[in-house]
Design a protein around this ligand. Structure first.
Ligand code: 2PG
Ligand code: MG
Length: 391
């Protein structure tokens, strides 16, 4: 049995040039692992609270570490519970979700290393244990952003935050590069948003859909055959009515719709779901800020069938155990769960292993371009090779 010997938190820069927390755990058997904490730009109000990095670091080093040294990292549930009790608030505002999450993730990585298992395999057995399910690891399809707007771009650009292509990495790379050539040719600019997607100045948001469809077509790909289209409207920041969203869904072959409305517009969500049912085609209506990976919020939506998909972001909730509990509830409620990055990312590839471990259908990790995004997609390829499958 391995035990935790040391826990040390420090500051690192994230992909936006903003400081975040990295946690390093070592065990008595000589294992050393690190994990870091992502953070969002367009956030939901029910997300667990982030404290200043200096405060989080002191909380890890002075409050959390003394209680965890000597424990077996395989006791994830117990360790997460100790941190929840040390914090004692419903939103993790005392210690900070950024302090707790860094430790929670690194503990599981240390346990995987101690068990001599790849992280995704270890997380898969933990998930089956927590959920009582028997899920096999599976490779998700990348959900890649091509054009960005809203809070991920400069003022005055598209209102919709993300225009996405759901396809293989190879196709995603081709579409992104084709789009770059087309935007250059049309003098629309190739500046990038926070997640590596383009942020052209367009007259209407729908122009972004047209540009992407053109690029798909020019690459000889076919929508709904080898590429699906998705939107993250980020409705907390981009206001659209039920009729506006529905009319877009009627006129374009959009498969996935994330946060079409703000987080408290439950009724409009339900209304849209009924309208989409009438279209008699496959669709995914995904709650991100609506649910914030929070069990109570999700139970409310799942019971009312306000959506059929949920975004999973580890830092929205702050511990691995709570994350796995929400995913388990999603699987049992027949919701599609989509493991997702944040706009402020690091080089940590934890979410790729988490997505495989819980058989997430999709992994949303930004454009097939910026290194902190691509590294997560490439980790999928590495795992796929181990499992003998393609991405
Ligand atoms: C989202 C995310 C990731 P942010 O809204 O889905 O794309 O953005 O991390 O800024 O919340
Ligand atoms: Mg979102």
């Amino acid at each position: 049995m391995s035990t935790i010997k040391d826990i040390e938190a420090r500051k690192i820069l994230d992909s936006r040039g903003v400081e975040t927390v990295e946690v390093r755990i070592s065990t008595d058997s000589g294992i050393i692992v690190t994990d870091s904490v992502p953070s969002g730009t367009s956030t939901g109000s029910m997300e667990a609270v982030v404290v200043a990095p200096e405060v989080a670091i002191n909380n890890v080093n002075d409050i959390i570490k003394p209680k965890l040294v000597g424990l077996n990292p395989a006791e994830q549930g117990k360790i997460d519970q100790i941190m929840l009790e040390l914090d004692g608030t419903p939103d993790k505002s005392k210690l900070g979700a950024n302090a707790i999450l860094g430790v929670s993730l690194a503990v599981s990585r240390a346990a995987a290393a101690a068990a001599k298992m790849p992280l995704y395999r270890y997380l898969n057995s933990l998930f089956n244990l927590v959920s009582g399910l028997d899920i096999k690891p599976a490779i998700p399809t990348p959900m890649m952003v091509m054009i960005e707007g809203g809070k991920h771009a400069s003022e005055g650009q598209n209102c919709i935050q993300e225009f996405l292509c759901i396809t293989s990495l190879e196709n995603g790379g081709k579409i992104w590069n084709r789009l770059k050539r087309n935007l250059t040719r049309e003098n629309l600019g190739v500046t990038l948003g926070l997640e590596g997607g383009f942020t052209p100045k367009l007259e209407y948001d729908e122009d972004a859909l047209r540009l992407i469809m053109e690029a798909i077509n020019e690459e000889g790909l076919v929508i709904n055959e080898n590429v699906k289209l998705g939107l993250d409207i980020a409705g907390n920041h981009c206001q659209m009515s039920h009729d506006d969203v529905l009319s877009m869904a009627e006129r374009y072959p959009i498969y996935s719709l994330e946060d079409p409305f703000a987080e408290n517009e439950w009724q409009t969500w339900g209304q849209l779901k009924n309208s989409l049912d009438q279209l008699h085609r496959e669709y995914l209506l995904i709650g991100d800020d609506l649910f914030t990976t929070n069990l109570q919020r999700f139970e409310k939506g799942a019971d009312n069938f306000d959506a059929n998909g949920i975004i999973i972001k580890v830092n929205q909730v702050g511990t691995l155990t709570e994350t796995l509990t929400v995913i388990a509830k999603a699987v049992k409620s027949n919701f599609t769960h989509v493991v997702s990055h944040r706009s402020g990312e690091t080089m940590d590839t934890y979410i790729s292993d988490l997505a495989v471990a819980t058989a997430s259908k999709f992994l949303k990790s930004g454009a097939p371009f910026a290194t902190e995004r691509v590294i997560k997609y490439n980790r999928l390829r590495e795992i796929a090779q181990e499992l003998g499958k393609n991405t």
